[in-house]
Design a protein around this ligand. Structure first.
Ligand code: ADP
Ligand code: MG
Length: 305
């Protein structure tokens, strides 16, 4: 089958390690494939690749680092089948020390190739942290997914990830306008001379340069929504973390955060990791699998506006 339509890219990030980004990315992929879509799950956690293990396959010479460092390979050549119909995978770096430090040109080579994959959905499993390597992969998707767990450290990391992606987006968007670019550059520094702390402060400074630009930036910000998924939910009060990040993002960053769903804390998820089978396949009746179905629905619905 050849595809005339561009695939939809769903990046999965979170700022923090060990919160379930890879598990969720893998299970979103298998869930969407079970609904009849062609899906490629791509391991872009170049420092700690483990997506292949969740699918029970060995890391291979066909991997993203070999692609990034080559000049003649196509990304499609790196795609491997999995046992699950409709789900294919691109492995991360095969335990190469320092693989997380890819060069800017290698990163661009990957980013420019993602959309060439022949499929309906591409799920990006991203690394921890808020480095530009992670944020730039995140920004390849129309609306990325941020995973959080109900812990203050996860909330803080998710918030700083949001802030860095916002800064990065504005920086790219306004790179050809020296005045605005300069303001965005200052805004990035929390100790900036103009005392810009919130996005509203930045907008006020932009307004002093050009009122129209301010309006334009406000419109852009409205389109920058991200989706959040809470993982490892054990009790009702764990959902509070969603409200908190929504309020922080709106108040300080002028960003809307949409609640895309949750995954309960479920011991079958851990068992599935040890069995090297995605949990939606290993435990189709589990609470986690049910919620993954709900999550897939909300991710494939038209982007929240
Ligand atoms: N919903 C869950 N319930 C129980 N354990 C979970 C759940 N989600 C993740 N885990 C556990 O957390 C571990 C880390 O998940 P992983 O996806 O590798 O994190 P990350 O990619 O964010 O570093 C998994 O190996 C699994 O044991
Ligand atoms: Mg991971």
């Amino acid at each position: 089958m050849t595809y005339s339509k561009k695939p939809a890219i769903i990046p999965v990030a979170g700022g923090k390690g060990g919160i379930g980004k890879s598990i969720i990315a893998a299970n979103i992929a298998v869930t969407l494939a079970s609904q009849g879509h062609e899906v490629v799950a791509m391991d872009l956690d170049l420092g700690a690749s483990n997506l292949h293990a969740i699918f029970g396959i060995r890391n291979s010479e066909k991997n993203i680092m070999n692609f990034a460092t080559s000049h003649d390979l196509n990304l499609e050549d790196m795609v491997l089948p999995t046992k699950y119909s409709g789900t294919r995978i691109i492995c991360g770096a095969a335990n190469i020390a320092g693989a997380a430090d890819i060069s800017a040109s290698q990163k661009l080579r990957i980013i420019h190739s993602i959309e060439t994959l022949q499929c309906d959905y591409i799920i990006l499993d991203l690394g921890a942290g808020s480095s530009f390597n992670v944020t730039d992969f995140f920004l390849t998707g129309e609306q990325g997914v941020i995973v959080i767990v109900p812990e203050i450290t996860s909330l803080m990391d998710a918030y700083s990830f949001l802030k860095t992606t916002l800064y990065r987006r504005l920086q790219m968007e306004w790179q050809h306008d020296p005045d605005i670019r300069n303001l965005v550059e200052q805004f990035k520094n929390p100790k900036n001379e103009m005392h810009m702390q919130t996005t509203e402060d930045l907008l006020r400074a932009v307004r002093r340069v050009n009122e129209q630009t301010e309006q334009q930036m406000r419109l852009q910000l409205q389109g920058y929504g991200v989706k959040v998924v809470v993982n490892k939910v054990r009790q009702k009060k764990d959902f509070q973390v969603v409200r908190t990040i929504q309020q922080l993002a709106l108040k300080n960053l002028n960003l809307s955060v949409y609640n895309a769903g949750y995954v309960p804390y479920d011991p079958t998820v851990e068992h599935s990791v040890n069995q090297m089978v995605p949990f939606v396949q290993a435990f189709p009746q589990s609470a986690a699998t049910y919620q993954m179905g709900q999550l897939a629905k909300s991710l494939t619905a038209t982007p929240a506006a």
